[in-house]
Ligand binder design. Structure first.
Ligand SMILES: *Cc1c(COP(=O)(O)O)cnc(C)c1O
Length: 515
């Protein structure tokens, strides 16, 4: 498509398919209904008399009244404003935005699983408990750890749980200790976790390869150190090749090694944290094990640990009784308690297990190899286009910087936005913080070589545009419904709710146009 909005000729979509759409409140007309109920076969009761004092008196404002097809079209149109993994690639680094296989969804929708109630007696929940048990065993095998909890709802809550285990362990040994060491390349959730668990954060500088500086670590670890929180492979996609030495340095002082396992997509089937000295770690089922991500569904962040931390795991844990049946054990005197209602996000367990079983050990190993191959393909193809700040071998993601383009005033954020015009989601912009102007790309194994070539093409064209017409990139995106949003105001003063005329004196529709 030749278009003045593009220096070259993008092979992928340009104009996004979307339609203007009013709010439901604006489309509403009194008396319309999206449902029809059967005739009552019992005497009608006045709702007001049933509700009594519970009836709301502060005025609900206007409730939208629409027909079924209007509602279907409304939400379908809105869905076209979004980018989705089912539309194209998400090169977001660190996020592992892999495809969510449909078989996972099919299994999760089986009636006996989808309709199961958490209050069902254990005797009627053997299948659900079995899923938790088999998934636990699979994850223990994959990580090389001894025990696991599936309770945490996301990676960050997994970190919280893991550090609670570390704290409980040290406390049981007489002293919770004071600080947690976090490398400067860490995911932002790591220092946040340490602080919320009552620890001071000691910042560990990376060496020139972007890895842990062993001499510096040795100087920092003391009897007050509770743990080191280490992302491996790191946020620049580099494997900490001295990980066993790191573990030895910590263990010599009685400190623990916490591994942020969000990047396990680079390790599954190749190496196991339990074999290289990790004491406790979390997994992101919504990253490594393909369960939906972000707006697509709740997460799941299981925490696996070694034997010495097992007594402190959240309760309940799934156990096998003498008669072979499964049960939930609440009798855990040293537990850190519950971290989540029920047993965690059960629907995600089903999907992750379906993924693990559908791939099998060889298939999982292959996903790891393909994820690494894809990242290295992108690295090799873009090496001449963008600056590569750390030259160490990449695993599943690669981090470039905007250094070359910034000379023309084009920043990583501009190029990320410009990528939207080429039909892709942006890569991860300005993270990790150790790289100034970072452009972090993680293709995952889901992408075909053809799709990778399209992304490479688009990025090369954007780099050319940065040379020839920087303004075009700086003012991107050009093909979306809305262009540059005020991200600061959106974060600081989000408008999360439509206000009806009763609340702010505006007429219908004005409120929508306000923002
Ligand atoms: C995604 C991620 C996390 C946080 O996981 P959430 O599920 O988003 O809470 C932590 N560490 C790393 C390295 C990550 O990539």
């Amino acid at each position: 498509m030749a278009d003045e909005k593009f220096v070259g000729t993008p092979r992928k979509v340009t104009t996004h398919v979307n339609q203007n759409e009013d709010l439901m409140f604006e489309k509403s007309s009194a008396g319309k209904k999206g449902y029809r109920l059967a005739e009552l076969d019992v005497p009608a009761v006045d709702a007001a008399s049933l509700l009594g004092a519970a009836k709301r008196t502060d005025g609900l404002g206007v409730m939208p009244e629409l027909s079924e097809i209007e509602i279907v079209r409304h939400f379908t149109r809105l869905s076209t404003w979004n980018y989705a993994i089912d539309l194209g690639m998400y090169p977001l680094g660190s996020c592992t935005m892999k495809y969510n296989p449909r078989i996972n969804e099919a299994v999760a929708r089986l009636e006996g699983l989808a309709e199961a109630h958490p209050y069902q007696p254990e005797s009627l929940s053997q299948g659900a408990l079995g899923i938790m048990k088999i998934l636990s065993e699979a994850l223990i095998e994959i990580t090389g750890m001894d025990a696991i909890t599936l309770q945490p709802a996301a990676g960050a809550q997994g970190e919280f749980t893991g550090i609670l285990l570390a704290r409980a362990y040290h406390t049981a040994n007489g002293n919770p200790r004071k600080k947690i060491i976090v490398p400067d390349s860490a995911h932002g959730t790591n220092p946040a976790t340490a602080v919320i668990c009552g620890y001071e954060v000691a910042n560990l500088k990376s060496n020139a390869l972007g890895m842990v500086d062993l001499a510096e670590l040795e100087r920092m670890v003391d009897e007050d150190t509770a743990a080191l929180m280490l992302t491996n492979p790191s946020t620049i996609g580099v494997f900490e090749s001295d990980i066993h030495k790191i573990a030895d340095i910590l263990h010599a002082k009685g400190a623990l090694l916490y591994m942020d396992g969000a990047n396990m997509n680079a390790l599954v089937g190749k190496t196991r944290p339990g074999d290289f000295g990790v004491d406790v770690m979390h997994l992101n089922l919504h990253k490594t094990f393909s369960t939906p991500h972000g707006g697509g569904g709740p997460g799941s962040g299981p925490v696996a640990c070694k034997k010495h931390l097992e007594p402190f795991l959240p309760k309940p844990v799934v156990v096998t009784k003498a008669d072979g049946s499964l049960a939930l054990d609440f009798d855990r005197p040293q537990t850190v308690g519950r971290v989540r209602a029920w047993y965690g996000n059960f629907g995600m367990f089903i999907r992750a297990l379906a993924y693990i079983l559908a791939n099998g050990p060889d298939g999982l190993r292959l996903t790891t190899e393909d994820a690494v191959l894809n990242a290295n393909y992108i690295r090799a193809k873009l090496l001449d286009t963008f600056e590569l700040p750390f030259k160490s071998p990449s695993l599943h993601e690669v981090v470039f910087s905007d250094k070359l383009q910034a000379k023309n005033g084009v920043k990583t954020g501009d190029m990320g936005k410009r990528l939207i015009d080429y039909g892709f989601h942006a890569y991860t912009v300005s993270f990790p913080l150790v790289v100034s102007g970072a452009m972090m790309i993680e293709p995952t194994e889901s992408e075909s070589r053809e799709e990778l070539d399209l992304l490479i093409d688009a990025l090369k064209q954007i780099a050319r545009e940065a040379e020839e017409n920087p303004e075009l990139v700086q003012s991107a995106p050009h093909t979306t419904r809305l262009q540059r949003l005020d991200e600061t105001t959106a974060a600081r003063k989000p408008v999360l709710r439509w206000k009806g005329p009763a609340e702010d004196g505006l007429t219908l529709g004005t409120a929508a146009k306000e923002w």
